[in-house]
Design a protein around this ligand. Structure first.
Ligand SMILES: [Zn+2]
Length: 175
């Protein structure tokens, strides 16, 4: 079982030249942008990154990740478990001009000072791989249960017409 942490940064040109594979865990609770998107998380993402240089001297990363996240149900806003997996391809670039030359199935990832922010790249991918909308099964969803009980309540009200205007009318009649 994988227990080591993914390094927060890496020298991508060297890793590509050496065709390195970097595997590790990323603590989900440290990813603040992910938290802003879907709320606090626990546990880890499993990440595997294979670095390579292609025949055109492009520095490429073939990545895979999987994570069990808690994502709010759109109906009741309570978090529910969602498993996320992603396979992604990154091309290391040092400026916007070379970003334009990246092959279409790769996403450019900008590198400053020879260091790639691995955690930032993984967090980007996690956010991209979030499902757009998730719902509990109706039986498990807090809102569905409330709707059912409030539905019962409204039927009860309809059966007992207790209109406050009727009370006003009768008061007026007394004056
Ligand atoms: Zn729900």
């Amino acid at each position: 079982m994988l227990t080591r942490r993914l390094p927060p940064t890496v020298e991508p040109y060297r890793a590509a030249a050496n065709q390195e594979t970097i595997e590790g865990l990323v603590d989900l609770e440290k990813l603040t942008r992910l938290k802003d998107e879907v709320g606090p998380q626990q546990g880890s993402a499993i990440v595997k990154l294979q670095f390579d240089v292609d025949t055109q001297r492009r520095h490429l990363i073939d990545g895979e990740l999987e994570a069990d996240l808690m994502v709010p149900c759109r109906r009741c806003l309570q978090p529910m478990p969602v498993s996320v997996t992603s396979h992604f391809k990154l091309a290391v670039v040092s400026d916007d001009a070379s970003a334009a030359e990246v092959p279409s199935d790769y996403e450019p990832v900008l590198v400053n000072n020879e260091q790639l922010d691995l955690l930032g790249a993984v967090e980007d991918e996690l956010i991209l791989s979030l499902p757009q909308v998730v719902y509990h099964d109706e039986a498990d969803c807090a809102v569905s249960r409330e709707q059912m009980s409030s539905g019962d309540a409204s039927i009860e009200k309809a059966a007992r017409p207790d209109n406050p205007f009727d009370v006003l009318k009768s008061l007026k009649g007394k004056i």
